[in-house]
Ligand binder design. Structure first.
Ligand SMILES: C[S@@+](CC[C@H](N)C(=O)[O-])C[C@H]1O[C@@H](n2cnc3c(N)ncnc32)[C@H](O)[C@@H]1O
Length: 315
């Protein structure tokens, strides 16, 4: 189901756009990596914000999704050779830079999770509100949810649903999913949604939301990629370069927060040692506190409501 279809209608509203531009200061020039290009909303704004001050930056855009890259290529056409697009998982950013002999960069942006285009395209299988295949791959490097279910036993599925989806009764749900799949009764997103049952009176969110989220995060190994990139910031950023991370749920934000903390204070000496003996020096500093979208933004774009932005600078 993953392919470059009609991308002219690719839609996605960029979250915390002003805050990201202010954090990355593209007008200072240099090379910027958008690790999650999507519809190129943030990338365009970075290029424009620099251009408005007469500065030409280079933008390297990563996405796992060929549909996103095709849409972004069309939207960034006017910037010509200022833009370089890479179909890859951003977890490989440090290796890609080294393999291509590109020096460390001045800015990195990660706007984690799925795009509205992915969510709203039924054939991609991300949404429980539309029928589609059990896919949910962000890109061809991921496994489909059908493959994930087939390869994972009930215990493993229960862990995925509990940890990544915070599904209550994860064990029961995992068994139901596995048994339906083995009986040939679980091929589509509508069938998966039906297994999750209806939304009950007092439930804030539909139970399928959490089941779909858990399976999506696992099938795409979303958290593993984020952890790797945060850990690689010392290799990726030039001195003074900045990284901005927008996360959409507490698991992502925790990985960013803890990963940055480990780079801010990498010393592994036992507490109480008068001087550091391990020799591990801080690689970055965090800039300001975590930022949330304004109420005006949440009103205009409800999908921004859970966003959190963290910014760090290479020392
Ligand atoms: C929230 S959207 C980005 C929207 C974009 N910032 C904009 O303003 O249009 C996330 C995009 O990142 C991609 N993506 C998510 N995780 C990725 C990863 N680990 N590596 C590369 N691309 C990823 C998804 O395929 C999706 O297109």
């Amino acid at each position: 189901m993953l392919g470059v279809g009609d991308v002219s209608g690719f839609h996605h509203i960029s979250v915390m756009a002003n805050e990201v531009i202010e954090a990355l200061e593209p007008w200072n020039g240099g090379v910027f990596v958008d690790g999650t290009l999507g519809g190129a909303g943030h990338s365009r704004l970075l290029l424009q914000a620099a251009a408005e001050r007469g500065v030409k930056i280079k933008l390297i855009g990563f996405d796992r999704d060929p549909e996103a890259l095709a849409a972004a290529a069309a939207r960034l056409e006017e910037f010509g050779d200022q833009v370089e697009l890479v179909q890859s998982n951003y977890r490989h950013l440090a290796d890609v830079l080294e393999a291509r002999q590109w020096p460390p960069v001045n800015g990195v942006l990660v706007d984690a999770g799925v795009s509205s285009h992915q969510l709203d395209t039924p054939e991609r299988g991300f949404s429980f509100q539309n029928d589609g295949p059990l896919d949910m791959r962000m890109g061809p490097d991921a496994q489909t949810v059908a493959e994930l279910i087939d390869r994972t036993d009930i215990k493993g599925l229960a862990t995925i649903l509990g940890r990544y989806g915070e599904v209550r009764g994860a064990g029961r749900m995992a068994r139901r999913i596995k048994e339906a799949r083995q009986a040939g009764q679980l091929e589509t997103t509508a069938q998966l949604a039906a297994l999750c049952g209806p939304r009950r009176h007092k439930e804030r969110i539909h139970p399928a939301t959490q089941v779909f989220q858990g399976l999506r995060i696992a099938a795409n190994d979303e958290l593993g990629g984020l952890e790797e990139l945060v850990g690689d910031l010392g290799r990726v950023l030039a001195p003074g370069g900045r990284a901005a991370f927008i996360s959409f749920h507490s698991l992502e934000d925790r990985i960013v927060k803890q990963g940055l903390r480990a780079l801010v204070n990498p010393c592994t000496c036992p507490p109480g040692l008068p001087i550091c003996a391990c020799g591990k020096a801080p690689e970055i500093k965090t800039l300001g506190k975590m930022i949330r979208p304004s109420q005006a933004e949440v009103d205009a774009n409800p999908r921004s409501r859970s966003a959190k932005l963290r910014v760090a600078e290479r020392l």
